[in-house]
Design a protein around this ligand. Structure first.
Ligand code: SPV
Ligand code: MG
Length: 579
């Protein structure tokens, strides 16, 4: 990088294009024809883009005969200017009409951040110079000079460049005519002359450059005389070389080869490693920036990114209804329990949902989840299931914050919303209406730093202990609990790594296979983690036995939109079946 470059890069696009035209160095412009190719040109290291009329019309699938309207071209340029901060010199054909069209074109190009336009001295509608060039009528010199003057008079950015393209050599009018025209266009105000040739050798271009003798910047397009060493152009004092159509041609041959291959082989395996990855496309589209912006601007961007649902059990006390399915697939008011849960997660923006199945996992057919199976579900407990989700291949994919949930829950939506909005590394929901610890068959009682004083709503309360199958005799269990943990744990930010660390310690214990979720919560507390408690008072249901199952339909029905449940025979029938 030389010392001049930072200032160059911070200059406006039009100033950079002008600088390229007037500099003493030989400069290069690369063709682009849409946003993606404009991005690719920038990444390759070019300093400017040629907005080729041939390539832009070709990518639209039309001919280089002004078949695409000028506004369609300008709209396309807007995508290119957005995708790349390079200066763009538009190939503006003949200016799409008379002097008045050129004036309007210049104003519109300036508004879209285009650095300059090249207009050629042919007649509208033009034909590509390489198609029967001799037959192409040239513009009247005075009329073309009027266009240049009108364009220069209408620009509001002094650096906007107008390049005048001389087609006399293409049309076979000879060197003198080419020079006469170039001089007239220079006097009319053109910032540079593009001298075009269709010969396979550079002879007439070099002769023109000699005769021109540096009267102004010269631009060339060596599509036909491509074998000329670039050093020859440098020595001839050329200002800028345009590589005019090579990205559309590269894309065309790649697309033809890939389309043919896939069509004949009827498989993707032969091409997958030979084409850009989907991730490369995402990178070129700057998809990462979108994700960051989502975090910044979308409130749902703050919610938990993923969830693990523990759904391995058949359900004690539910044997009669779970012969062919796990508990989570029991129908509640017309849809499986797991569907209710998944829908509730999705409503909060939690879309990356891993369900750990076990008993009759084959019956879990809920859409929109990833299913992992705890093959040892019959001999192991909840933590072994959780480990299947955290240790497996899905770990990397558990994006952002993670919710861990029992699979047999129904709850009002605010409960989950408040939980995922918590700033705490760990937070749980505790129902303060359930404190009847004498019922020994019920576990998950919670002891906290303070009871649920609803007058002090918003006070920080942390978890001290949750009753587990393992600790019925612990000293804290003698005290009246503050409520019951409902089976929802939110792990935020760095909490995920700390949870993993505690999980690894527990996995080293000989009794790991029998540990349940309360054992994890208690181990986190013992490891010094602060687990924030969000108290609720009812508004949720667990499905632990037939009685719960029978009542769950009523609760679920209360969650459906009124219009969907009132007078909906299907919903009523399903609800009836569940009661
Ligand atoms: C273009 O790229 O559209 C040009 C250059 O005008 S050429 O096709 O060589 O005429
Ligand atoms: Mg063109």
């Amino acid at each position: 990088m030389n010392a001049r470059e930072p200032a160059f890069v911070s200059a406006s696009r039009s100033a950079r294009l002008r600088q390229m035209l007037v500099s003493n160095e030989l400069e290069f412009m690369m063709e682009a024809h849409n946003g993606l190719s404009a991005r690719i040109v920038r990444e390759a290291g070019f300093k400017a883009i040629w907005g080729s009329g041939l390539a832009i019309s070709a990518q639209f699938g039309v001919r280089d005969n002004n078949e695409a309207s000028w506004t369609q071209v300008v709209d396309n340029l807007e995508f290119m200017a957005d995708a790349s901060d390079l200066p763009i010199l538009l190939d503006g054909d003949t200016g799409y009409g008379n002097f008045n069209n050129v004036r309007r074109l210049v104003r519109k190009l300036e508004q879209r951040g285009i650095a300059g336009v090249c207009i050629e001295d042919k007649q509208f509608p033009k034909t590509n110079s390489f198609i029967n060039g001799e037959a192409q009528p040239l513009a009247n010199i005075d009329e073309f000079c009027g266009k240049i003057k009108a364009g220069k008079d209408s620009q509001s950015d002094e650096n906007f460049s107008i390049v005048a393209r001389v087609e006399a050599l293409i049309a076979g009018w000879g060197m003198d005519e080419a020079l006469r025209r170039a001089e007239a266009y220079r006097r009319a105000g053109a910032d540079a002359i593009l001298i075009h040739s269709k010969l396979s050798r550079p002879d007439e271009i070099l002769e023109f450059a000699r005769e021109w003798a540096g009267r102004g910047p010269l631009v060339i397009v060596p599509t036909k005389y491509y074998s000329t060493p670039t050093e020859v152009f440098r020595e001839a004092g050329i200002s800028t070389v345009i590589w005019a159509n090579h990205l559309i041609r590269a894309a065309t041959s790649a697309m033809q080869a890939v389309a043919r291959e896939i069509h004949s082989s009827e498989t993707l395996v032969n091409v997958e490693d030979r084409v850009a990855t989907v991730n490369e496309i995402f990178r070129l589209q700057d998809a990462d920036e979108y994700s960051e912006a989502e975090d910044r601007y979308l409130s749902s961007g703050r919610s938990a990114g993923s969830a693990v649902v523990l759904a391995a059990s058949r359900g004690k006390g539910l044997e009669a209804v779970t012969e062919d399915r796990p508990k989570v697939m029991l129908p509640i008011a017309g849809k499986p329990l797991l569907r209710w849960l998944v829908d509730a997660f999705k409503k909060q923006g939690v879309n990356d949902i891993t369900v750990v199945g076990g008993y009759r996992a084959d019956a879990i057919d809920t859409a929109g989840i990833k299913l992992v199976v705890n093959e040892k579900h019959a001999q192991t407990g909840e933590l072994a299931s959780l480990a299947c989700a955290l240790d497996g291949a899905t770990l990397d994919k558990l994006a952002g914050d993670t919710l861990i949930s029992y699979g047999d829950l129904l709850f009002r939506s605010y409960i989950l919303r408040d939980l995922v909005e918590s700033e705490a590394a760990f937070s749980v929901v505790v129902d303060s209406s359930l404190t009847d610890a004498e019922n020994a068959s019920v576990r998950d009682f919670a002891w906290c730093s303070a009871g649920d004083d609803r007058g002090l709503f918003g006070n920080k309360v942390v978890l001290r202990h949750v009753s587990s199958g393992k600790d019925a005799s612990s000293s804290i269990a003698a005290q009246t609990p503050h409520g019951r943990w409902v089976g929802l744990l939110n792990v935020r930010g760095e909490g995920r790594e700390r949870l993993q660390a505690v999980m690894r310690q527990l996995q080293a214990r000989p009794d790991f296979a029998s540990l349940d979720m309360p054992a994890l919560l208690n181990a986190l507390v013992e490891a010094g983690e602060s687990i924030e408690v969000q108290y609720v008072h009812g508004h949720w249901r667990g499905v632990n036995d037939l009685e719960d199952f029978r009542r769950a339909g009523d609760f679920a029905h209360g969650q459906t939109p009124l219009a969907a449940s009132v007078g909906n025979p299907a919903a009523d029938a399903a609800n009836g079946a569940a009661q």
